[in-house]
Design a protein around this ligand. Structure first.
Ligand code: GDP
Ligand code: MG
Length: 175
């Protein structure tokens, strides 16, 4: 356990996106390097943390999970309060989850800090044979909206670490 005095910054990051896109598994991959095959929809777990060192500063990433609220479109403004970064996740094999990304961006713009850094994640890149969203479409959308973008896989771990670290670096650049 680390003492608060050893931490230079705490960055709140929210993970959002439609249900079942892999938000909880991405979080668990980044904070614990775990993937849980029989995970139930998470109820009650608010956030997980991981401390990283960047430019000799100890940064605690406090990463919040929606805990199933996305099903009822009940993510409250309290969830976004104080967030410096957002991981906006869709599933590359489920087109509607990508079509809803614009709504999630609107939700962020309405509820979160104006300076929030947003990373769009196309998750489940291990299921490339079932792909329903092209990388090009996602890159174009991300550029239009000023989002960072990466495809990733919580299952294989591909690009998960680099995407979270990129987000944290960008936040570090703006605070
Ligand atoms: P959430 O509702 O967005 O939090 O989604 P979960 O993290 O609970 O994941 C939903 C389902 O997708 C679960 O059955 C996971 O095992 C599966 N899943 C999550 N990430 C991946 C991934 O990267 N690849 C594959 N193949 N399945 C994944
Ligand atoms: Mg979840």
């Amino acid at each position: 356990a680390e003492r608060a005095a050893e931490i230079d910054y705490v960055f709140k990051v929210v993970v959002i996106g439609d249900s079942a896109v892999g938000k909880t598994q991405l979080l668990s991959r980044f904070t614990k390097d775990e993937f849980c095959f029989d995970s139930k929809s998470t109820i009650g777990i608010e956030f997980q943390t991981r401390t990283i060192v960047l430019n000799r500063k100890r940064i605690k990433a406090q990463i919040w999970d929606t805990a199933g609220q996305e099903r009822y479109r009940a993510v409250t403004s309290a969830y976004y309060r104080g967030a410096l970064g957002a991981m906006l996740v869709y599933d590359i094999t489920k087109r509607p989850t990508f079509d809803h990304v614009a709504r999630w961006v609107e939700e962020l713009r309405a509820n979160a800090d104006k300076a929030i850094v947003i990373m769009l994640i196309g998750n489940k890149s291990d299921l490339a044979e079932k792909r329903a969203v092209s990388t090009e479409d996602a890159v174009e959308f991300a550029e239009e909206q000023g989002l960072f973008f990466s495809e990733a896989s919580a299952l294989s771990g591909d690009n998960v670490e680099s995407a979270f670290l990129r987000l944290i670096e960008e936040i570090h650049g703006v605070v």
